[in-house]
Structure formats: C-alpha cells, structure tokens
Design a protein around this ligand. Structure first.
Ligand code: APR
Ligand code: ZN
Length: 255
C-alpha cells in the first residue's frame, strides 16, 4: 500500500481511538466485493438500466416485470455473503466505538456480518408486499420463485408484488430517517464507506454530522463531490482498507 494510504489509515484509526460515538454510513460500494453490482462508477447498474423504469414507484406500477428482471441481477445475489469490510464494521461495534451503521443498501449484509444496530434508510429485501391485497411474503420464498418466473400474489394473482425497499419517488421510512439524523447529530466521528453521496436525503447526513461538530472520514474507491468536506479519505477497496483500519485501531487501543 502506498504510504499516503497507510498514513490516512493511521489517521482514521486514531480518529476512531479518540471517538466516543462513531457512526458508519455505507453505500453499494461496501457490497461490491461481495459480488453485488454498484449503481454508479465503473460498470454501475445505472449505465445498463434506467432507474426511472426499474427503481421508481411509477415504473414499477407500470411494468413490475422490468423491475424483477433488474432485481435478478441486483438482489438474487442476497445469497452473497458479507466481505471483510462488513466484518470490520461489526468488530468496531463489538469494540464499543461504532454505535450504529446507517446503510443505503438493501442486501442485509451488515446484519449477516453481525452488526446489531443497522438503520436501513432504503429498506431491505426481507419482505415483499402485494400492493393489491396486502398479502406479505418472506424474501426466501420470493427468491425461490424468482429463479423460475416473475412472482405473482398467491391470493389475488396480482403482479404488483413490491419488496419493502424505497423506490425513487417514495419517502424514506420516517422513523429510520429521524433516528439516522439523530445519530448524525450526536456522533463525534462519521465514517462513509462505499457511497457516491449523490442521493438525498441520505447524502445530507455527512453534512449534518459535520455541522454538529463531528469529524468526517471516508473509504471509497473513487472521489466524490463531497471529498473537500472530509478530514481523512482513503481511496481504495473497502474489503482491503477496513480490516487494516481495525488492525491499526486495535494496536492503538491495546498496544
Ligand atoms: N470499495 C469501496 N468503494 C467502492 C468499491 C469498493 N470495493 N466499489 C465501488 N466503490 C465506490 C464507488 O466508487 C462509488 O463512489 O462506491 C460508490 C458507490 O456509489 P453508488 O453506486 O452511487 O452507490 P450508493 O452511493 O449506495 O447509491 C445511493 O442510489 O440508486 C440509488 O437507492 C440506490 O441506495 C442507492 C443510492
Ligand atoms: Zn394479492
């Protein structure tokens, strides 16, 4: 690793060692090394799919089949397993320094890696609801059906089976958003891992943390438009960098 990267890793580890209430904020980039495609950046899903068509509530109601075709690429990989970056964050929570993970991801990989307090701003794939009759289905069942065909409601045969994720044009779950804003305001260290920070209101959380006096750190493969507001940045793969940060943090804490 170059010595600039090493120096920034040491800087973020020191910020963690000094922190009383750190919060980690993640985006699709943290799951890239678990095999789940990102939305933007090189080979991003939005280069191959139109988000209006496959990820907006209007597009979904017009043509749910299009969403499920896209979903096969994005979320059938929920069989994906957490990567070292997810485990590193769960370890920092066990160490008592990370108090919450705020994620934009719907893949449940933070929970699978052992993180306890996970605020899912954009929901998750755990359940799927029929918009016509209200029947609800567990994701495991839908994932099995999805292997053969588009899922239909068993009760009313509707094709409007919608996962409990936030589509463009839908509000974020108010309770989760307000808790995430609370965490951003009370933390003294806000670490962004794997997000382009372009989708609001999620992307306003680092600014909120900074305004409340927190230090900002980032681990991301490519630059973002908010880099100038950060106190420390490592440009690299989360699966490689995050475990190094935890290793350095433990050296500082335990010698
Ligand atoms: N390690 C670290 N960062 C990575 C890695 C990696 N292995 N691979 C990619 N990245 C970075 C990219 O450089 C990019 O800046 O992760 C970021 C992913 O950005 P997006 O794909 O825009 O994902 P995200 O920020 O989560 O998007 C927010 O947009 O489409 C909506 O609802 C969707 O929740 C999503 C939201
Ligand atoms: Zn139904």
């Amino acid at each position: 690793m170059t010595n600039i990267i090493e120096e920034q890793i040491k800087k973020i580890s020191r910020m963690l060692a000094d922190a009383k209430h750190a919060v980690v904020f993640t985006g699709s980039g943290i799951s890239a090394e678990s095999g789940i495609p990102t939305f933007r950046g090189t080979d991003g899903l939005w280069l191959r799919y139109n988000p209006e068509e496959v990820a907006s509530i209007y597009g979904f109601k017009r043509n749910p089949a299009k969403f499920w075709e896209f979903a096969k690429e994005l979320i059938v990989k929920t069989k994906a397993s957490p990567n070292p970056a997810h485990y590193a964050i769960a370890e920092l929570e066990k160490e008592g320094v990370v108090k919450a993970v705020i994620t934009q991801n719907i893949d449940m990989l933070h929970q699978n890696a052992g993180s306890k307090k996970v605020l899912e701003l954009h929901g998750s794939m755990s359940y799927v609801d029929c918009l016509d009759c209200g029947a609800e289905y567990e994701w495991e069942y839908i994932e099995r059906v999805l292997e053969e065909k588009q899922p239909l409601c068993e009760k009313c045969k509707s094709d409007l089976l919608k996962p409990r994720v936030v589509f463009f044009g839908e509000p974020l779950p108010p309770d989760v958003l307000s808790e995430a804003m609370e965490e951003a305001k009370r933390c003294d260290l806000f670490i962004v891992v794997g997000s382009s920070l372009v989708v609001y209101p999620a992307a306003s959380l680092p600014d909120m943390a900074k305004r409340s006096g927190a230090k900002l750190a980032m681990v991301n493969l490519e630059p973002t438009e908010k880099d100038h507001t950060f106190d420390a940045i490592v440009y690299g793969r989360a699966g490689e960098i995050m475990p190094r940060i935890v290793e350095e943090f433990k050296r500082l804490r335990y010698g």
